[in-house]
Design a protein around this ligand. Sequence first.
Ligand code: ZN
Length: 135
Amino acid sequence: MNYKLEHIGIAVRDLEVSIKTYETLLNTKCFKRETVESEGVITAFFQTENTKIELLEAINENSLIHKFIQKKGEGIHHMAFEVKDIKTEMSRLAEEGYRLLNKEPKQGADQKLVCFIHPKDTSGVLLELCQELNS
Ligand code: ZN
């Protein structure tokens, strides 16, 4: 089994408010906050038994999270699957005709290499592939 649901990304308007909501909901503390300048986001992570929840707030108006919220409001933004070898998986998917939003793996939050797949090719869900940086 190559694909493991690593996390679910949720676009939020106000990270502090949503962190409190999810801390209470999941009855656990947010274990990591991280700004990813290149994506224009600040993220907060929660561990659950089988996966993680990533909250994302835009830090500027160029951020895709800002655009997402303008268009759709808060909500599920992407699902992330961890794979063992992101480069191999990216070339396999590109050959199968999936549109990759970045041609090379890029550094994402939480020490990961990431690549996004166009939602038009995945029944409407933005998918992130990720691989631990030091694996
Ligand atoms: Zn993510």
